[in-house]
Design a protein around this ligand. Sequence first.
Ligand code: AHG
Ligand code: MN
Ligand code: MN
Length: 338
Amino acid sequence: MTPDTSALSAHLTRGDNLVTLQSHILAEEARHPGATGTFSWILSALSISAKMIAARIRRARLSDVLGNVGTDNVQGEQQQKLDVIANEILLRCLGSRSGVAVLASEENDEPIVIQSDADKGRPYCVLFDPLDGSSNLDVCGGVGTIFSILRHDRRAPTAQAALMQRGAEQVAAGYVLYGSSTVFVLTTGTGVRMFVLDPAVGAFMLVEDNIRIPATSKSYSVNEGHRKSFPAGYQRYLDWAQDNGYSSRYAGAMVADVHRILLKGGVFLYPPTAKAPDGKLRLMYEANPMAFVIEQAGGKAFAGKERLLDVAPTSVHQRTSVVLGSADEVDHVLAHLG
Ligand code: AHG
Ligand code: MN
Ligand code: MN
């Protein structure tokens, strides 16, 4: 019997095409006539880093049983925590790209100044949380990588000073979720795109071209174990939400929680607590990139009552409180903060 290929032909003649992250990056570059290609190289370094980190995460339990933790494994290599491994992968992939002037990571106390040929082309700073929610690895839960790209100001006297830009100045941001599949979510300020890693092909394939977060969804995501030490306004909000039939969902990894909210709606909160009076999450490589993604998808992101992307940073590792998600749901929280 001859196979019926009419559906496939119709699909192809409509002009639909498979788009990989790599081809998307090249197409974007072609749309900007003055582009030097440095920005594209940085995105492609993030893409290869994500694949390398995903490969290590997929073998997480296996590498544990192949060697004693803290000792050499069967290959004679020292066992390392995946936070450290993910950090080294990102530093190595990004550090060798021309155009990267400064790197800042959750795992490094000080920003790293790259002495490469960053002066050629347009230099950038890349900030990242190499492995977010890493305690979830012990239980096969979702973990992620979060990144933020800023322009480098050559006039800044120090690397620290170069990074002190508000989130609104990010050139690009996004995250990789290593969940039941590996997902790369990216914004360059023109909407939000989602790519899924096809492990058979080794490429991130475009699956959503313009993600819009639902404006409303009766769901909140917060560590309620800390509820008694939240400021009163957050406690009033939780009382209101519970009186109004809201559901609670909390993975304990910001990437996993925010990704669910991006696709299904709801609100993510990490308020100030007794233990973390300024909030727990880091402004520059956790909150800001997520806020950029959420705003680009039509949602809202706040630090208390201030728009997150307007917060002026004073240090690379500073912490912030976070309320972000569906526009209406963020408004409900803000209305209770008084
Ligand atoms: P990291 O693993 O990079 O240190 O980040 C963990 C963060 C974040 O992913 C998550 O939202 C939050 O910590 C969870 O904190 P609690 O355990 O206090 O809920
Ligand atoms: Mn984190
Ligand atoms: Mn981390």
